[in-house]
Structures are given as C-alpha cells and as structure tokens.
Ligand binder design. Sequence first.
Ligand SMILES: *[C@@H]1O[C@H](CO)[C@@H](O)[C@H](O)[C@H]1NC(C)=O
Ligand SMILES: *[C@@H]1O[C@H](CO)[C@@H](O)[C@H](O)[C@H]1NC(C)=O
Ligand SMILES: *[C@@H]1O[C@H](CO)[C@@H](O)[C@H](O)[C@H]1NC(C)=O
Ligand SMILES: *[C@@H]1O[C@H](CO)[C@@H](O)[C@H](O)[C@H]1NC(C)=O
Ligand SMILES: *[C@@H]1O[C@H](CO)[C@@H](O)[C@H](O)[C@H]1NC(C)=O
Length: 739
Amino acid sequence: MANQASLMFNYIFTIFIIPMSVLCGASTEEKKAHIVYMGSLPKGQYSPLSHHRSMLRQTVQLDSSVETSYIRSYTRSFNGFVAKLTDIEKQRLSNMEGVISVFPSKTLQLHTTRSWDFIEFKITPGRNDQFESDIIIGVLDTGIWPESESFNDKGFGPPPSKWKGSCEGGQNFTCNNKIIGARYYGASRPNSSPSARDNHGHGSHTASTAAGNIVNDVSFFGLAQGNAKGGVPSARIAAYKICQPDGCSDEDILAGFDDAIADGVDIISVSLGAGGQAEASDFFNNSIAIGSFHAMQKGILTSQAAGNSGPSYGSTTSVAPWLISVAASTTDRLFIDKVVLGDGRTLVGKSINSFASPTTTFPLLHGTQVSIRCSVNDAMNCKPGCLDKTMVKGSYVLCNSYGGYSEAYNAGALGVVMRNEPYLDVADIVTFPALLLNATEHDLVLSYVNSTKFPKARILKSETMNDAEAPTIASFSSRGPNSITPDIIKPDLSAPGVDILAAFSPLATPSFSSSDPRHVPYTIMSGTSMACPHVSGAAAYVKAFHSEWSPSAIKSALMTTAYPISDAKSLGGEFAYGSGLVFPVEAARPGLVYEALEEDYIIMLCSIGYDAKKLQILLGDTNTACPTVTASPKDLNYPSMGAEVVPERPVNIMFNRTVTNVGIENSIYKAKIVTNSKLNIEVEPEVLTFKAVLEKKSFVVSVSGSVPVNSRLSASLVWSDGSFSVRSPIVLHAQSIRA
Ligand SMILES: *[C@@H]1O[C@H](CO)[C@@H](O)[C@H](O)[C@H]1NC(C)=O
Ligand SMILES: *[C@@H]1O[C@H](CO)[C@@H](O)[C@H](O)[C@H]1NC(C)=O
Ligand SMILES: *[C@@H]1O[C@H](CO)[C@@H](O)[C@H](O)[C@H]1NC(C)=O
Ligand SMILES: *[C@@H]1O[C@H](CO)[C@@H](O)[C@H](O)[C@H]1NC(C)=O
Ligand SMILES: *[C@@H]1O[C@H](CO)[C@@H](O)[C@H](O)[C@H]1NC(C)=O
C-alpha cells in the first residue's frame, strides 16, 4: 500500500525526485560505466593516472581501446577510476591486485522555517559566530543559486585559511565569501549544463537549510511567513553539483566526495541515495558509503538522507555506520486547505494551494458528470483522457482518487477535490486550486454532490495551523532495520522534513511542473532531503564549539541528546526515528560521547566478513589485520545499541561500550533504564566516576528477554550526572525486512 502511495504520489505531483535514468538497451556486449574502487591512495610515490590506464590496458578486449573505455580517475582523497566495461572486463578488473570492488555507476535519487524554532534552535547571543564562520559545509546536490539572498556574503570575511578548494562553477557563476567554492560534474550527461548553477531548486533548498543566512519576511505567496534561516547562518558553503537532470550518478557522487574532502570541508551533506525499491548495497559498492568512509578518515562527518521509500521495514539504503542517516519528522506547523460547500459546510484537507480564495462559489461536478468517453469507474477516478474539456470549463471537479489531479488540470477545470487514499501525510504544492480530503470528508462531499441539483463550492487558499501531534515520522521516511548490518540501528536520527520553507532556484517551478508559470525565490518542500541538512547544520554547530571532535563524537553528541519521539505515533519506533529528534543546543554539550575511530570500523568490517587484504587496500596500510577473536557489529562503540535475535527464544545479549567524558571533571554518572517492554536489562557498573575530562570508562549492558516474531522490543539507557543526560536506545529485534 505504502509503496503504491509513494509511486502514485511521485507520478502525480512529480516532486522531489529526479527520474531514474532508463538504462539503455539490450546488447550484452554493451559497455556500461563502472567504478573501479581501489581504497586509499597509496603512500609515497604513486601516479594514479598511469596506474589506472595500465590496468585498463591489461583489461580491455581487442575490439576496444583504453581511450574509448576510460572516463575519469579519483586521485585527491581516495583511489579509483571510472571506465566503460563489458562483463568480462569487469570480471578481469575485479580480480586485479589493488581492487576492492567494481560496480556499475547507477543513478541515485534526490530524497526530496519554522523547522529550526521547532527544535528550539534560536539564533541568540552566546552563539559561536566567530568559530561558526570557520566552518564549511560541503553540499553534494543539484548545485546552488548564488544570487539568492540566503547566500549573500554581506558581513562575511574571506574564506577560512584551511580552505583549499576553488570556484569552478562554470560560466557566469561567481562565488563569494558565503559560497566559497563550487564545482560541477556530469556535464556530458543528457540535458546537463556545464555549471554549478542550480536549475532544479533542490540544492539551493538544502544548502540554505543547512547554512543559509537569516533572511527576514519570506513566504510562499504569503504562506508560512517568517524568517528563512539555516542552522549555522555564519558558516560557509561549498557546492558540488553532482546531479544533472537525469539523476545523480555514482561516478559523479564519488567525484564530489573526492573533491570535497581534499578541498577541506568540515561536514558533508548528501540529500540523496538509492531510492524506490532499491536494496541497500554492500558498503564498497555504494558510492556514498565509500565517499563518507574516506571523509571520516579525514575527520569529516557525512549526513545522509535516510530515503523516501517508507514506511516499509528495511527500506532505508543509508546504512553505513560512519555516516549519520536522517529520517524526516513533522513540525508543529501544518498546512491545510479548505473547501466550502454550497450548503455552508467547510471541509479540511491537504495541499499547499497559493491561489487566492474566490469570493463566489463555482459548480462542483463529479467525474462521472463530466465524462462521456469513459466507464463510470474510470470517470469517477478521473482517469487520464476521461474528462471532457467543454464540460469541466468553469467548474471544479470531484474525483475519487488522487490520480485525478493531472487529468483535471489538463482538461482545464477550475480546480479539483481529490480523495486522500491511501493516506498521505504531507501537503504538496499544487498548480491550480486542489486539495486532498480523507475518506470520511470525501464521502461527505460525494453525498452532497449527489443530494443537490446544482452542487457548488469554493476552494480556499491554504492556511497553516498548529499540529499538536508533532513530532511524528512522515510515512514516506525510509525505515530500518539495516539490511547490511541489522545490529546497527538505522536511521540514526530525525529532523524536520515535512513542509520546509527554504531557498529555491528561479529557473524551476515550485510544483516542478513545466506548465506552472510561477517562479519563486523560496518554496516549500518535503522529504528526508529536507531533514538531512538540518542535521548537517546541527553537526556544524557542534563542530564550531568543538573543532577537535571526531565525526563519531559529533554524531554521538547529536544522537544521545536527541528528543525522544513517541513510539505510538510513528510506525516502526526506532526504525522510524532512530535516537529521536535532533536537539542542536543540547548536542553542543553532550557530557559523554561514544567514539569510534577508523580501527573500530575495521574491526566491524572484519566481523561481517571483509578480508584483511581488502581492508589493507581500503586503508592503504599493509599492517591492517583482523582481530583473532571474532567480534560482532553490535560491539562497535555506537551511540545506540541494537541486535537482531532469533525470535521467540530466550536470549541474553551483551553490549560493551566505552564513553569519553567531554563534560566536566569530577563527575559521577548513574545509569537509568527506561522501558515499558519486557526486556530485562542490567548495566555493569551502574555508576561511572570521571576524575578528568577526556577520561574513558567502559561498561556492559546485558539485555535478556524473548522477542516475538517480526517485532522489536526496545528500551533506553540514560547516563546522567544531574546536569548532562546521555541517552541511547536499546533495541532487540526479529524484524523481517519489507514486511
Ligand atoms: C558488491 O560487492 C560484492 C562483494 O565485494 C560483490 O560480490 C558483488 O558482486 C557486488 N555487487 C555489484 C552489483 O557489483
Ligand atoms: C548570469 O546569470 C544571471 C542569473 O541567471 C542572469 O541574470 C545574467 O543575465 C547572466 N549573465 C550572463 C552574462 O549570462
Ligand atoms: C478526516 O479529516 C478531518 C478533518 O481534518 C478529521 O477531523 C477527521 O478525524 C479525519 N478522519 C479520519 C478518519 O482520519
Ligand atoms: C450517488 O448517486 C449514485 C447514483 O445516482 C449512487 O450510485 C451513489 O452510490 C451515490 N453516492 C453517494 C456517496 O451517495
Ligand atoms: C565485554 O565485556 C566483558 C566484561 O568486561 C568481557 O568479558 C567481554 O569479553 C567483552 N566482550 C567484547 C566483545 O569485547
């Protein structure tokens, strides 16, 4: 049901997704672009370009040449290249010395201001503006609109001295002291433009959410009026345009990481990933997992959108433990739209309808009343081609599905009232007066239309109202469990991702429909794409206070201070929201952090079967070895604790963890378990005493119980010293994927 909903949703509204490129045809001899991934750059004298070419020379078959196969190399932050390969050539390369993986360059999808206030993140004195302006967020997306007010550089000094990047945004693209760097990739792809200029809108939206200036009095045609602002308005932005109109390819994503890491960004924000029915792939066949691994090695945290394929279990493809995967929550601002019937009743539905409320009523006709060509069933659902242009003229149409939207628009109706079934929990921008009503309300309209000879209505302009239910996790937000390492809970964290107002590209239209004549500097979008930059901004905020912290320390701080979300309101519990809703102010003072460094991730990779040889190439270090005692991914020093267990059997799982005191000296933390499940949990020791800052203490959490089939039992551990509170979810699950 849910997947059907999102597919239909995309089809109708064509929002937040760049269509997947259609893989071209048939012949098995056809060469496809593949990434040959070779881990870290070797130390010392090494010429990657000539090495890559020589590998290709040994590989390509007689009827082709290195010149026609070779596409590009990665040489700045990790080692690898892209080439067009046949299956046989791919095999040969996979078996070559120094190669970790060879995988096709696929096309990934974008996971498409109030929100910062909602997470109690106000722009107040006491902020670390001085240090914040030294922070650089690298945004890998559809480019950026440099003339947007959100990226004006008034009051900004020159780029921080650590910046090693450059402005290569193409023709007519000028950087400034806010957008300090720009690059673009994939200029040979269909319909692409050789420029970092954002022609889609998504990249300007995400960049301004992470680090846009404070811009007063913006709105979407008067809706959601207020200030637009990023999480760290004083920080700098480097834009890497890795998406072109046909999508965001793995080879361009890796090129963006290769540059962003070497350019010296502090945080990388990627609001995209494999979407739809894609399965999470092995870490080293996954461009974002690879790129973020090398970013982690250089002290850069990557924040990635969890995906928009929810709510089925296992739908997230953002699974690597060294990045932070972000789910989308609602905020307390809800967009509604009303239809007033001829008999005076007002019904409340969903849409972002910017069109002024009419002062008079217009006829409201059911699909069956304005169709001569189609069966009753097709006509009532306003199927494509069913509505008669002359009959709908000057009238609103009532359709029994939301498939009626484009048909009513194309037929020239004045507006459309649709049925929100299966239920969608987001409002989207419409190109003409239109709204979705839930089944109950829609039935009322149907019976009204049936009961009167001249049914009439007025579709009003949208309004905002308070949503007392918030935060909940949007149904589209991709869920765990993690299909690669089920012991590591994903997504990690939630952030606002529903109806977010932020900067846009004037080249695009707010409904993403080419027939929409509107062009706006700020617009409203929904998606885990919008949630991700909230966490990127929050991570930058933490880093401004603690420039020396590792990516995992920042990630831990964000996770252990998150605000708990109610299990009852979000299908999937921790697999929907991870550790909870990001709470940036608290994240800057977490008290304790769970740190994991490169060597810890290597032990985890050993535990899931990567051999030492591959891991040596990954690190560029021949001394790398796997430990003799096999560990398990649950032993990774992660800020949440998860384990997949055999259902309906008593189990006893131990989690060993080590925390580092980043709070104050001479502090005493006591463990508290919060649970309403039947898990029996013990913590040993129950008290941790720290004399000094940066002191580490280890403890063991033993969890016993029996987990029913296809379910999850959860609790949380809170370490508290009376001032700091450090919370980790604990989840035992026997959750089958996509159930
Ligand atoms: C992914 O990686 C694994 C292990 O390296 C390999 O066996 C598999 O063929 C890869 N898949 C693709 C699609 O390349
Ligand atoms: C550069 O781009 C801006 C924004 O699209 C446009 O207004 C301007 O005319 C362009 N200048 C040139 C020389 O193309
Ligand atoms: C349908 O929508 C109305 C108005 O928003 C609301 O009061 C009602 O509870 C909803 N009904 C269902 C079944 O969701
Ligand atoms: C509307 O009327 C038609 C026939 O006139 C009937 O089939 C249908 O059930 C009615 N629908 C409602 C919701 O009353
Ligand atoms: C976890 O800690 C316990 C107690 O200190 C120890 O016996 C056990 O070996 C540890 N397990 C792992 C996987 O480190």
